[in-house]
Design a protein around this ligand. Structure first.
Ligand code: NAD
Ligand code: MG
Length: 409
């Protein structure tokens, strides 16, 4: 019967880029996947539009002031969907009976609570919200192990590595086994994350001084939300991904390399001790990673065409330029420092990116602000979630002060 094979899915960050790709894949499998919960930050109209199309059981808006607007909009559209508001409501929906699978696609540290709640509750967790791993990777991985959650990374690079490491989940898939969120990696020498290089690849530091937000978010290969697009332009995205990979695959930073690959067709590589390297290739479209997440260990349709290598002709590789793009170096250093350093890095970066997008600081001020915040707030042991949250708050407030000072000068 349909009810036993139907996978109910909570899409958190439903109005965003990953959210819309997830809903596209879900809609291709009406007998197998159903969006039962949709959650978004503050865009009620966009959320209502998605509710009309996908008819979820629950819709949630993070901004508590928008509860009435959502409830009235659902009633006016004669939908049976229940309205909820607030971050706690989103975390409750992510961990409750309303869903079996959670697509964690809220942007930034704001996604931490709901991601953690889904991990603790043992959901199949399609994890796009990389900031939650950067901020609290150890706690999140432990919560997934204890809760029996299966994490499938929804970042093209980590999803590629997941696919290249069958022992990462293929064998003992399923809630309750716990093991699949903690892959074994005997025989693994290193992993290589590929990076497109972003819109400013090849520019010197001097040539980056005057770039605008519009130029920074015009990514050459991927269509993504504004925050991750700026992170791609600074290479902080790759830095966050190094920390993400460390937590997901249990490797130290010196066994996680970064290789610039402008075509974005090789999504990452895994090198084994016998000299073998495995890679996953495909068009740059997140629906492939999402279909892997929904279907694993089975393969399901994603709407993405296959790769015609003859048409593309060539695959190029080069080293990242950490003089022009110091954020990558800062992220490696924060991983090495450990403790609260990655939380500080992430929070300072969120403030810097948001200031840059608002036109208040220049592009080169992003790494400067992150570096100064890391220097001002040295790493402390990250003994608890509270310690990490505290580091996050302190870094935000310090970075905010620096940003105001940079704006003034
Ligand atoms: P986006 O800006 O397009 O969407 C963000 C979503 O989060 C929106 O639905 C927004 O309403 C919601 N949101 C924002 N603040 C919120 C809050 N406080 N509470 C609840 N919801 C909130 O971003 P995106 O590109 O879809 O990225 C989402 C996440 O996925 C990020 O962590 C990003 O790093 C990661 N990711 C994205 C891609 C991609 O291709 N877009 C690839 C890899 C990883
Ligand atoms: Mg990525």
């Amino acid at each position: 019967p349909a009810s036993t094979t139907m996978q109910t899915v909570a899409v958190l960050g439903a109005t965003g880029s990953i959210g819309s790709s997830a809903l596209d894949v879900i809609a291709r499998h009406p007998g197998r996947l159903r969006a039962s919960v949709l959650a978004a930050g503050s865009n009620v109209d966009a959320l209502l539009g998605l509710c009309r199309r996908h008819r979820p059981d629950h819709a949630a808006i993070a901004d508590p002031d928008l509860h009435a607007a959502l409830r009235d909009g659902l009633a006016a559209a004669r939908l049976p969907t229940q309205a909820h508001a607030g971050m706690d409501a989103i975390a409750e929906l992510a961990s409750g009976d309303a869903c079996q699978t959670v697509v964690a696609a809220i942007v930034g540290a704001a996604g931490l609570d709901s991601t953690l709640a889904a991990a603790r509750a043992g959901k199949r967790l399609l994890l796009a919200n990389k900031e939650s791993l950067v901020l609290a990777g150890e706690l999140l991985m432990a919560a997934a192990r204890e809760g029996g959650a299966c994490i499938v990374p929804i970042d093209s690079e980590h999803n590629a590595i997941f696919q290249c490491l069958p022992e990462a989940g293929a064998g003992d898939w399923g809630p309750g086994t716990g093991e699949s969120s903690c892959p074994r990696h005997d025989g693994l020498r290193r992993i290589v994350l590929t990076a497109s290089g972003g819109p400013f690849r090849g520019r010197s530091r001097e040539q980056l001084a005057d770039v605008t937000p519009a130029q920074a978010i015009a990514h050459p290969k991927w269509s993504m939300g504004p925050k991750i697009s700026v992170d791609s332009a600074t290479l902080m995205n790759k830095g966050l991904e190094v920390i993400e990979a460390h937590h997901l695959f249990g490797l130290p930073g010196d066994r996680i390399d970064v290789l610039v690959h402008p075509q974005s067709l090789v999504h990452s590589l895994v090198e084994f001790i016998d000299g073998s390297t495995l890679a996953q290739l495909g068009l740059p479209d997140m629906r492939t990673a999402l279909a892997v997440g929904f279907g694993w260990p089975r393969r399901i349709e994603s709407g993405v065409a296959g790769l015609d290598l003859l048409a593309h002709g060539r695959l190029d590789f080069e080293a990242p330029d950490t003089d022009a793009f110091p954020c990558l170096r800062l992220a490696y250093a924060a991983l090495e420092a450990g403790g609260t350093a990655p939380a500080t890095l992430n929070a300072a970066n969120e403030v810097a990116v948001s200031s840059f997008l608002q036109g208040r600081i220049g592009f080169l001020s992003i790494p400067a602000l992150v570096e100064e915040t890391l220097a001002a707030l040295p790493a402390a042991p990250a003994a608890s979630l509270d310690a990490l949250r505290d580091a996050d708050v302190r870094a935000r407030s310090h970075a905010m002060k620096l940003s105001t000072r940079m704006t003034a000068t």
